[in-house]
Design a protein around this ligand. Sequence first.
Ligand SMILES: Cc1ncc(COP(=O)(O)O)c(C=O)c1O
Length: 402
Amino acid sequence: MSVIPGAWQRAARGAGLLSADGVPAPTIFAEMSALAARTGAINLGQGFPDEDGPAEVLEAARAAIAHGGNQYPPGRGTADLLTAVAEHQERFYGLRLDPEREVLITAGATEALAAALLALLGDPDDEVVVFEPFYDAYAALVALAGARLVTVPLRRPDFQPDIDELRRAVGDRTRVILVNDPHNPTGTVLSAEVRSEIVRLAHHHDALIVTDEVYEHLVFDGAHVPIATLPGAAERTLTISSGGKTFATTGWKIGWLSAPAPLVDAVLAVKQWLTYVNGAPFQPAIAVGLRLPDDVFTGIAARLREKRDVLGAGLTAAGFEVSVPRGSYFTVADAAPLLRTGEDAADFCRALPGRTGVVAIPLTAFVTPAQRADYATLVRFAACKRLDVIAEASNRLAGLGA
Ligand SMILES: Cc1ncc(COP(=O)(O)O)c(C=O)c1O
């Protein structure tokens, strides 16, 4: 039987996301996690925590299951979680939202991104400006929506975009500026200047801003600043987050989006045909999480900061040049001093489990093919693991230079 390529297959082949015969190439994440499982290496590749988050959140999910919260929730999300998201946006950022019209619960941030891009993009000439490297779903979702990806590079040492390059990338075809702050994979937090320029450009070119802030509570110096809080931004910004990273519940896939009501309605029109709804017993549990006291949130960030510091020290001692992240689960390190002749970071990462028993991801997994050369020596390590695991990984990596 031959498979007739659907719209996404055609778009994905064009974007280099599928092989010529339409088979999805195994992602580097799947390859590296399989390698970790096969070799027993410590997996600092994929970004998921290896210990539980707040006990109250876990207990609330158990209670919801025990008390019958197991059927379809309402299409926009449970009233309690919608309210908790609105309260959270006001408590932390001073943003006032109508929970019934300006908030939508989604199957993780990923579904919010997918539904938003499918809702907002329609014309093959529509462009989405995104900072590169980027969370790998972005290119796939822009291809799925049939639009064009335009990238602005983030370069070492601080991974801030060059303002002139950003200005050149945004034009009258730009429908969406897709932001991720704090940023995966670089751990950068956008500067105030970059944030304001994004809003200015969005106004000037009548574009929308879709901002993925899943690491909003994992910022190491100072407080997170959502783009929607900038003057003139809220009216054209769709803010996306999820409970997975903050509460160490990545498998629950409870996300949300907030925006002006007509934009939320447009996203809901797509979302209702994707998953319709998800995670009934997890929605009240994430609502409990969002209402936890401030010190729980600062504690979560402080613990991750400590892990970042231990990982950074271990990587530096092993001979990497480390870019100190200001947020997120991740640390990027330059492996150039450790590469063997002819090796790039992808070869290095494939060999690393055998050499030292540690798994990491080459940064080229997060860039378009044309940009690979610029990131060829960089490696992403996940710091969201137990401290003893990070310490053991550091011990193992210390043998690299030998
Ligand atoms: C930047 C970014 N956005 C979204 C996601 C996915 O979020 P969720 O699991 O809530 O769909 C991730 C997960 O790694 C991420 O790094």
